[in-house]
Design a protein around this ligand. Structure first.
Ligand code: NAD
Length: 359
């Protein structure tokens, strides 16, 4: 049954396809940009230079210093670079870390952003930026940080190593999973969520088997876009909060943490969200959604245990305490012992448990 809902479309232009990077110059001109600062990580600097050269007279400079968690000192240096070349537009070419830097600059200056994502993180579709200062990550939600234009070019994702494609893809699936049981879920976002999970659930095993499978890479990027829209449109719950806490407290890698925690967080919420469980199961073609996601990660060769990505065993209790400290909405009430159990399972790499809600 359809209940009442609110749905807000976020204003962002999307260009999707293969070879679409060639439209970058026209898209910048469409935004009125005359001087562009290109942003990349150090690893993608050469790619940024090539893009800059293709932009001809629009190319004003390159800042190849983007890094995880958007540290404010990096943003300050990028701001100096932006002023030095008198840029009126930024182009972020890369994954969520690079997109985050573009957003941090937009937050401070209102500069227009053209975002060219090369992973499946989905940040380009959200009005959210997380920033780190003195080891503390804080999140700002402001429509001013939403990129004006996004170019998805499948060709750029062909170099994404299959291991990264797997974890980045499950990171995207996590956005759609939580969108299906979000407090502000709505029929349109739920359609995108189910289709996003379906596309990635089908494409990721094909990419793992054959990294240059262009059709699968296309379907994965399409799924990642849909999942990114979900993240930008509705609120997230336990899974995202847990990953934020674990990542920040133990300095764990973003996409791998999401990949390991997702089946367990979903198993925790399962008793409270039967409709979402049905839709996720249908999307990945499995009888049990949380078990199916665990099997998917295993099949992709992803790490399944938090202990294998650097979390200490004595962190389990601390993480459980933190997870219930800052109250936030979740479809199932936060029960400390059951959450400790789910973190312990994720730490050890066990399959998700059939955690029952307290009567
Ligand atoms: P990332 O951007 O840190 O990229 C990981 C590494 O892969 C980098 O070295 C990058 O240069 C490289 N890389 C990226 N694309 C590549 C490609 N196609 N080929 C080869 N190498 C490539 O990783 P990520 O998982 O995309 O982003 C994680 C960050 O994004 C985290 O800080 C997370 O908090 C943030 N994030 C924010 C939001 C939001 O809405 N604000 C959403 C999702 C993620």
């Amino acid at each position: 049954m359809i209940g009442s809902f609110t749905f807000e479309n976020l204003p962002c232009r999307v260009v999707f396809g293969s070879g679409t990077l060639a439209t970058a110059k026209a898209e910048i001109e469409r935004l009125g940009g005359k001087r562009v600062l290109v942003l990349t990580t150090p690893q993608q600097e050469a790619q940024g230079k090539r893009l800059g050269e293709a932009l001809g007279p629009l190319y004003a400079g390159l800042f190849p210093g983007a890094t995880m968690h958007t540290p404010v000192d990096v943003t300050a240096r990028a701001l100096t670079a932006m002023k030095a070349c008198d840029a009126d537009c930024v182009v972020s070419l890369g994954g969520g870390s690079t997109t985050g830097l573009g957003k941090a600059l937009a937050l401070r200056t209102g500069v227009n952003q053209l975002c060219i994502p090369t992973t499946y993180a989905g940040s380009e579709m959200t009005p959210i930026v997380g920033q780190t200062e003195n080891g503390l990550k804080t999140t700002v939600r402001d429509v001013a940080v939403l990129p004006e234009t996004v170019i998805y070019d499948v060709d750029l994702t062909l170099t994404l190593p299959t291991s990264l494609a797997a974890t980045s893809g499950i990171n995207a699936i996590a956005h759609a999973v939580e969108a299906l049981y979000a407090r502000d879920a709505n029929p349109v976002t739920s359609l995108m969520a189910e289709e996003g999970i379906r596309a990635l659930g089908r494409a990721l095993p094909a990419i793992a088997a054959k990294g240059d499978d262009r059709e699968a890479r296309t379907e994965a990027l399409y799924g990642a876009w849909l999942c990114g829209v979900c993240l930008g449109t509705v609120g997230m719950a336990l899974h995202h909060k847990l990953c934020h806490t674990l990542g920040g407290t133990f300095d764990l890698p973003h996409a791998e943490t999401h990949t390991i925690v997702l089946p367990h967080a979903l198993a925790y919420n399962a008793p409270a969200v039967p409709d979402a469980m049905t839709r996720i199961s249908r999307a990945i073609g499995t009888a049990d959604a949380s078990q199916g996601l665990y099997e998917l990660a295993k099949r992709l060769g992803a790490k399944l245990a938090l202990r294998d990505i650097g979390m200490p065993e004595n962190g389990i209790d601390k993480a459980a305490d933190l997870a219930v400290t800052n109250a936030y909405w979740n479809p199932r009430p936060l029960e400390r012992n059951a959450i400790r159990d789910l973190i312990a399972r994720a730490w050890a790499g066990e399959p998700p448990g059939a955690t029952k809600a307290a009567a």
